[in-house]
Design a protein around this ligand. Structure first.
Ligand SMILES: [Mg+2]
Length: 247
């Protein structure tokens, strides 16, 4: 089995993150109507901190001058996020619902242009299509909703055995629930671009059979590649040419 994250590993969705974060923020506060259409550099550099998509409209608000400043987010992401929720009154459920509405609208009314905002990384697309052709089962573990993720994958001919979305819970818990079905000697490669998630998995006592790989092409924070401790391996596009058995 092969397990992979979605955003920043299979798909470069930066254009869509801003597109939906901006619309969501404007929906929640019309004062943000002046936010630019083009992805701000500040959004691009803060996006690697994001764990759940609902945080993105709060970043958009920050860039638009509401809540803590982008500099505050860059210096202390977690506390700034809490402060932003307190300042704006957009907690997780409010922001998540608004974001889902924006995306549902897009799928309904502008499906092709919305899909086109998501670009697969060519080496990962080729790798996953090869796994499928070989009959190797693979799964996706994401903090996006499973339905949107499956839709985006299908648009590129990708059909994982299963998509585990944010509805299924935190990634380490989902991984732990999958392992009992595997032979005890099996190791499972898990590719992520969020080092914090790989570190969480590494510390989980039931997940010693999961081998973490950090996708070098994803949304990394400065220094992530140097900070990744053994046995977490940094994965480069050319590494995907080797058969999975040799990883
Ligand atoms: Mg990711």
């Amino acid at each position: 089995m092969f397990i992979t994250d979605f955003d920043g590993v299979i798909i470069d969705g930066m254009d869509e993150y801003w597109w939906s974060a901006r619309r969501c923020a404007i929906r929640l506060d019309s004062r943000l109507g002046t936010l630019p259409d083009a992805v701000p550099e500040m959004f691009r550099s803060l996006r690697p901190h994001v764990l759940g998509g609902w945080e993105m409209p709060l970043l958009a608000a920050s860039i638009g001058g509401l809540g803590p400043s982008p500099q505050a987010f860059a210096a202390a992401y977690g506390p700034s996020l809490q402060q932003a929720v307190a300042d704006l009154g957009w907690d997780r459920s409010v922001a998540e619902e608004a974001l889902d509405e924006v995306r549902t609208d897009a799928v309904r009314h502008a499906r092709q242009s919305w899909l086109a905002l998501h670009r697969p990384y060519p080496w990962m697309l080729a790798f996953l299509l090869r796994l499928q052709a070989e009959g190797t089962p693979w799964r996706v573990l994401t903090t996006k909703s499973a339905a949107f993720t499956a839709e985006l994958l299908a648009n590129h001919g990708l059909e994982p055995e299963q998509v585990h979305g944010r509805e299924d819970g935190p990634k380490p818990a989902v991984l732990a629930s999958l392992l009992p079905s595997l032979p005890p000697e099996a190791t499972v490669p898990f590719v992520e671009d969020r080092l914090a998630s790989l570190l969480e998995v590494r510390q989980h006592p039931d997940l010693s059979h999961v081998r973490g790989f950090l996708a070098s092409w994803g949304y990394l924070l400065p220094g992530d590649i140097d900070r990744a401790p053994d046995p977490i391996q940094v994965l480069h596009p050319e590494d995907l040419q080797a058969p999975l058995a040799n990883w």
